[in-house]
Design a protein around this ligand. Structure first.
Ligand code: ADP
Length: 338
């Protein structure tokens, strides 16, 4: 559907988007994930036609969009905070794009009814948006983006301004709504949990470049380099040497496929489990509650501290000696030059 080919966008001497290639299939939700300043919004704005391309092309079903102004692209946008008009009712908010396009009143009303139905807010036309819950406001924002019947939806950190608990709840809902709406979507976020929940595939950006595109499970399984792994919250990261099909880590020797030479070892979250008599010994330094689990930080002898999650009832007090086992599958080994 959408093809982004070798696209660069510059602001003066800053290259905000650097030779990006991305393709979006029908009905697919693609997340663009990266730290602040990595070029995510600029790429989205380029797709919307709001930024000129310094290089490359963006096409829809094979047709180059270079000569198509933003309002003729039929791409819907949903921003952080939803940018709803607080003093208008739901109907007036949802029909905004239709008014802009001079759609006659009767057709506007019918379409508003239709999209409110899609997002589960049938009959909400006359409700003031200021009186809606966060979840309902999100649905109104989505209904507004859907009303002009866009062929692509673009969501730029739509949940970025909300607190974590609400975000976790709404992201599940958003995923369902996107499935029901059956429109391809690009979802920009700096939060990997959000990207994993909402997207079929995730494109990771760093310094203007797309460094990896994968399904969430594949991305979690094998981040392409240590930097992407760290961005996903993996760690600790240590330098080591691979030799004869194994790597000597500070937590023991682990088999690996890397050729002999210097490597970088990154541990996936959950790499350790408490195991009586386990080979890695240490002392519980601190603990924190994480919902159903308690995460212990353990100082292992001569090695960087590691986290291990346990059931709250099994959490020993700080200062307790503890033995751990390392899951070799959770040890990621990269050549040093990656
Ligand atoms: P992200 O969305 O990942 O936070 P942006 O696309 O906003 O990143 O920004 C990418 C880079 O482009 C950053 O270095 C940012 O400072 C720069 N940039 C973004 N918008 C502008 C602008 N209007 N003028 C100049 N530089 C900009």
């Amino acid at each position: 559907m959408l093809s982004i080919r070798d696209v660069s966008v510059r602001y003066g001497t800053t290259t905000a988007v650097d030779h990006v290639d991305l393709h979006l299939a029908a009905s697919e939700t693609l997340a663009i994930l990266g730290p602040s300043g990595s070029g995510k919004s600029t790429l989205l704005r380029a797709v919307a036609g709001l930024e000129p391309l310094a290089h490359g092309s963006i096409s829809w079903r094979g047709n180059d969009l270079a000569g198509t102004p933003p309002h003729e692209r039929r791409f819907g946008l949903m921003f952080q905070d939803y940018a709803l008009f607080p003093h208008h009712d739901v109907g007036r908010n949802v029909e905004f794009g239709l008014r802009m396009a001079d759609v006659p009143a009767a057709r506007r009303r019918a379409r508003v009814r239709e999209v409110l139905d899609v997002v589960g807010l049938a009959g909400f036309e006359r409700r003031p948006v200021a009186q809606l819950s966060g979840g309902e406001q999100q649905r109104v924002a989505l209904a507004r983006a859907l009303a002009p019947d866009p062929r692509l939806l673009m969501l730029d950190e739509p949940l970025g301004a909300l607190d974590r608990a609400l975000r976790e709840h709404l992201v599940d809902e958003l995923r369902e709504l996107l499935d029901v709406a059956d429109v391809p979507a690009i979802y920009v976020t700096h939060d990997h949990d959000e990207a994993f929940t909402v997207a079929d595939r995730v494109a990771v950006m760093h310094a203007g470049r797309v460094v990896q595109v994968d399904a969430p499970a594949a991305l979690w399984r094998r981040p392409i380099d240590p930097r992407v792994a760290q961005f996903l919250g993996f760690g600790p990261t240590v330098d080591a040497i691979a030799r004869d099909g194994a790597v000597r880590t500070p937590w023991g020797v682990v088999p690996c496929g890397a050729p002999t030479g210097p490597v970088i070892v990154v541990l996936r979250p959950g790499a350790f489990a408490v195991r009586d008599g386990g080979p890695v010994t240490g002392v519980v330094r601190s603990h924190r509650f994480a919902g159903e689990r308690v995460v212990l930080t353990v100082d292992a002898a001569g090695a960087p501290a590691v986290d291990v999650a346990v059931a709250p009832t099994a959490a020993p007090p700080d200062g307790t000696p503890i033995a751990l086992a390392l899951d070799p599958d959770a040890v990621l080994v990269y050549p040093r030059d990656s």
